[in-house]
Design a protein around this ligand. Structure first.
Ligand SMILES: Cc1ncc(COP(=O)(O)O)c(C=O)c1O
Length: 397
């Protein structure tokens, strides 16, 4: 900026631009609402389908596109849209795909707020919500009105791994779009866009980047990944109409954490299996739930699809019926390293108490009666975590 400009002007116009050749370990951070056009030609020659024609902060910056491209690649897809939370990514799919009178299928173990959103759409727009059993593909009986099926592998509380192959095959045969909540697999446990040697693929993956990609328990974000350009444009249009956007700072933080996501995922996966082995030997539980456990519902589907052997960091236990709510609350309150809280994928281990009776619509034959505690394994040493659970169990003996 030349010296003859007034101070007020100088304060606004930055004196230095980064040279083109500079390279840093992390990509530069762009914060933007306004994006400055080079000329009126740049302003008028844009086409809405070309996201990289930078135009306004809500449509993306190099910072958001870098993360989006990374997530698309990790998940095995082509296109990716970012949303301010996992739930808003889910809602984006529902609002872009479903119309009044359509039928949508959800697994009985679906992430609760997704079902709540769909029930809300049902009440207001006459969208029919139907429930299927994720480990029994025959329970998915789409009519000609069926538009979308939500899959979740594994269910995030009871950890059933669904019969993905047969559910997706049936959806394809009946022209039903498949959307997978891929938060558990994180693009690391299996490839949702090719999860069999026969190129079987879901149409859409949604990922709560809040969990493993963030890894800090401090940032909320979600993604919607697709391979089909037309479908992506449909979602992109709704993304733009609804003004869905993410902060540059949050995006840069998640981009930074991606570098070690697979190392964290592998460690949390291993620690969960160590805990699983120990939990299975304790007399307090009627069931220990984890997809790698032979007695867990959907174990054979997990073995078939997660050939990496990875299984995230979630383990749930169902207490024997003699342990009532007061006892389980005492157990949870006695934990010290495990903190009581929602979410997963962060450094701190978390525990959460659920009453299954209030969470399922179908008759369950694979789940014992009783109260459930879900453990989300953090990055602490698994021996310390075992000790923590052992101490808390002693309080209720
Ligand atoms: C399986 C699953 N999907 C989606 C979400 C929503 O993510 P967010 O918390 O970013 O809205 C969660 C959050 O707990 C989840 O467990």
């Amino acid at each position: 900026m030349t010296a003859h400009k007034k101070t007020q002007t100088q304060l606004i116009h930055a004196p230095r631009k980064a040279p083109q050749y500079i390279e840093t370990v992390q990509p530069p951070l762009f914060r933007a609402s306004t994006i400055i056009f080079k000329s009126t030609s740049h302003l008028f020659d844009r086409h809405w389908t070309d996201a990289y024609d930078y135009s306004y902060g809500t449509h993306g910056t190099p910072t958001t596109f870098t993360l989006a491209d990374n997530i698309a690649q990790i998940e095995g897809g082509t296109y990716c849209l970012l949303a301010p939370s996992g739930l808003s990514a889910i809602n984006l799919v529902n609002s872009a795909v479903l119309n009044s009178g359509d039928e949508v299928w959800v697994a009985d173990n679906i992430y609760g707020p997704n079902l709540e959103h769909l029930n809300n759409l049902q009440a207001r727009y006459g969208i029919q919500v139907k429930i299927y059993n994720p480990i029994d593909a025959h329970s998915f009986q789409p009519t000609e009105k069926a538009k979308l099926i939500w899959l979740e592998a594994a269910g995030s509380v009871t950890l059933e791994f669904p019969d993905l192959k047969n559910l997706v095959k049936k959806a394809q045969q009946t022209n039903v779009l498949t959307a997978l909540d891929n938060t558990w697999g994180a693009g690391l446990a299996f490839n949702a866009f090719d999860f069999s040697n026969k190129h079987l693929s879901v149409d859409i993956t949604v990922h709560a980047l809040t969990k493993y990609p963030s890894g800090g328990g401090d940032i909320l974000m979600g993604s919607v990944v697709t391979r089909d350009q037309q479908l992506h444009h449909k979602l992109y249009r709704m993304h733009a109409i609804q003004g869905i956007s993410v902060s540059g700072d949050d995006t840069a933080q998640i981009q930074r954490s991606l570098a070690h996501m697979s190392l964290r995922y592998d460690q949390q996966s291993k620690s969960a299996v160590t805990l699983l082995d120990w939990l299975q030997q304790q007399p307090h539980f009627s069931q220990v739930l984890h997809p790698s456990h032979a007695d867990s519902a959907g174990h054979s589907f997990w073995s078939e699809i997660c050939t990496t052997g990875k299984s995230a960091g979630l383990v749930s236990v169902i207490f024997k019926p003699e342990y009532d709510l007061a006892a389980i609350r005492k157990f949870c309150d006695s934990l010290s390293l495990f903190k009581l809280g929602f979410s997963w994928g962060g450094p701190i281990s978390l525990a959460m108490l659920y009453d299954l009776k209030k969470m399922r619509s179908l008759e369950n034959t694979h789940l014992q009666q009783g109260l459930l505690v879900r453990f989300c394994i953090g990055l602490e040493h698994p021996e310390d975590l075992i000790q923590d659970i052992q101490n808390a169990l002693k309080q209720i003996e």
